[in-house]
Design a binder for this molecule. Structure first.
Ligand code: ATP
Ligand code: MG
Length: 270
């Protein structure tokens, strides 16, 4: 029997620190060697847009159909949206997920819909080595669902106190929710993103702040992702870093993501 896919959610309670950027590039790099399913659980559908999936296309299903039921994994998965990365599939999202969230809040077993989908579709999903889920910054019912099903949660923060507070708030609120759901602690990593090399003092102060908080200090990844025009370009070009060509700056940005992957492997997350 194939190994179990490792399910990883990227989250926090602050908008814009780089969650989607992380999911997009990590999924694409991991897909060079392994089958990866990216899941867009954010109604802003930024990950879906980065992968150039047009959900208005005929017959294209989305994460909404997972939560509303009646479809198999095979039916909701969009295969190989990036032709150069045939091992990378996606369950896309759309703005309609906002309505879906409102529709499921009063259902019995509402926190378990996504997990039940995984269990019901196990035979199909076990082909993936990694399932990597992008979220938006809240702890609503959709996010509770994907967090409940996750082996690991990776938090992302930019180099700012307000951003790290989003990670802290996430840990505090998710701890309360997951204990009620009898889910063991799965918050496994904190990635710092968007470090502008000129802001050395800000980084130092942030690292001092993190060092004082055990729950943050213990999960902090070694690699700090710099602010990079090439990383930004992964969004504007809608191409992951490994498909942006061989320029030095691209190679450097790619190397940073490989360092993040090495950190995650060292911690037993990947
Ligand atoms: N290391 C980086 N260097 C340069 N630009 C970056 C970097 N990381 C993210 N960005 C840019 O910052 C913006 C926000 O990133 P992203 O969309 O990944 O954040 P997010 O956490 O997913 O936001 P949201 O909470 O809205 O989902 C994007 O325009 C992205 O291209
Ligand atoms: Mg996002």
């Amino acid at each position: 029997m194939a190994e179990k896919p490792i399910i990883i959610t990227i989250g926090t309670l602050k908008g814009g620190p780089g969650k989607t950027t992380e999911v997009f590039n990590l999924s694409a790099l991991l897909a060079e060697k392994h089958p990866v399913l990216a899941v867009d659980a954010d109604p802003q559908f930024n990950l879906t847009a980065n992968m150039r999936v047009n959900v208005m296309g005929k017959g294209i299903k989305t994460i909404k159909n997972v939560f509303e039921g009646g479809y198999t994994a095979e039916e909701v998965i969009y295969k190989s949206p990036i032709p150069e990365l045939p091992n990378l599939d996606i369950i896309p999202s759309s703005i309609e997920l906002i309505a879906t969230e409102l529709n499921i809040v009063n259902l019995a077993g509402r926190e378990h819909i996504f997990n039940n989908f995984i269990l019901d579709n196990w035979e199909y999903l076990k082909r993936y080595k990694y399932i990597i889920i992008d979220t938006n910054p809240n702890l609503g019912m959709i996010n509770q669902n994907v967090l409940f099903s996750s082996d690991h949660v990776i938090l992302v923060s930019s180099i700012s106190l307000n951003s790290i507070m989003g990670a802290e708030l996430f840990i505090a609120l998710w701890t309360g929710i997951r204990q009620r759901l009898r889910k063991l602690d799965n918050v496994a990593a904190l990635a710092l993103n968007n470090y502008d090399g000129r802001a050395k003092k800000d980084l130092k102060e942030l690292l001092e702040y993190i060092d004082e908080k055990e729950d943050l200090r213990d999960i902090l990844l070694k690699t700090i992702i710099p602010t990079s025009a090439e990383i930004k370009r992964t969004e504007t070009r809608r191409r992951p870093i490994n498909l942006l060509g061989g320029k030095k700056a691209v190679r450097e940005a790619k190397a940073v993501f490989f360092d993040v992957i090495a950190d995650l492997k060292e911690r037993g997350i990947l």
